[in-house]
Design a protein around this ligand. Structure first.
Ligand code: HPA
Length: 292
């Protein structure tokens, strides 16, 4: 469906109708594999994919992205590329093991496409996870941060182009984008488990290069505590669709120029892997206690 501004427009780069029809095809293609209706979507980031192999999950179906019509495919090491439908703690989950990024060459509309499909399948809440660099000097590799707010204006909005009115409104508010109740729950669970969980501001940049020390200094002046390449635009698309969002950052390194250590993608994956056991228990307890 078109909004009231689109009647006379002939050549927009992004066609809402085509995008929406493609989503319906992806949804149908997944429905041929499972009829489970998920209430919670979980997106697992770099080095954090093992939650999907957690023995406590009762796995109902696994669908590789390559077998879903219209789905983008992930090209990054550490991102596995499949949907896992599972039951856990009385809740129906759909887990995205691996995501696609803007720096892989996808448009922002494609970057958020899988999450939009998960919403059409039924998910009303999403838990987003990712690896981040710490800008705040009081943080350490291995710490977690539940996101309170984000700064995304360095990257294109995933809502640019004709509005898909079946999914949401043209001008989405972003106040309280991060569900306050879920933030509080993550902080409480972190404390119970003896994990260091901060609450702060996440900044998204495009990557794929890591930042210069001057860029990180600028991010700090703007008020960011962590920096990464993924979850803010997913939050924007999720909020556009009215989903509840909870984002958990896993600090894998101090950002460029914060301390004197240089780091690599391999180190990011290793640190994320080392922190995974605490983070997995936190995710389990969060899902068990989530109100939906
Ligand atoms: N910068 C951007 N993205 C990241 C970083 C970083 O330092 N670490 C993990 N993802």
């Amino acid at each position: 469906m078109r909004d009231e501004h689109s009647e006379n427009r002939v050549d927009v780069a992004f066609e809402a109708d085509m995008y929406y029809k493609r989503m319906l095809k992806s949804t149908a293609s997944i429905r041929r594999r499972t009829d489970m209706v998920p209430s919670i979507a979980v997106v697992l980031g770099s080095g954090l994919g093992h939650f999907g192999e957690n023995k406590h999950l009762n796995i109902v179906a696994e669908v590789p992205y390559s077998e879903i019509e219209g789905f983008p495919r992930t090209t990054v090491a550490g991102h596995q590329g499949k949907l896992i439908f599972a039951e856990y703690g009385g809740k129906n989950l759909v887990i995205m093991q691996g995501r696609v990024h803007f720096y892989e060459g996808y448009s922002m509309q494609d970057v958020v496409y899988p999450l939009r499909v998960l919403h059409l399948l039924g998910a009303g809440t999403v838990i987003l996870t990712n690896a981040v660099g710490a800008i705040n000097p009081d943080f350490k590799p291995g710490d977690l941060m539940v996101v309170r707010d984000h700064i995304s204006f360095m990257v294109p909005s995933p809502l640019i182009g004709e509005n898909v009115s079946e999914l949401g409104v043209r001008f989405s508010p972003m106040v309280d984008a991060y569900d306050p109740e879920l933030q509080k729950l993550v902080m409480e669970i972190g404390q119970e488990l003896g994990l260091t969980v901060h609450n702060g501001i996440y900044m998204q940049l495009t990557g794929p290069q890591y930042e210069t020390p001057a860029e990180i200094h600028a991010c700090r002046i703007l008020g960011a505590d962590t920096v990464g390449m993924s979850t803010a635009v997913e939050t924007i698309a999720a909020r556009h669709m009215g989903m509840r969002v909870c984002t958990i950052n896993c600090v894998t390194n101090m950002a460029a120029g914060v301390g004197d250590h240089t780091f690599s993608h391999t180190e990011v994956l290793e640190t994320a892997g080392r922190g995974e056991s605490g983070y997995t228990v936190l995710m389990e307890k969060l899902i068990e206690r989530m109100p939906c």
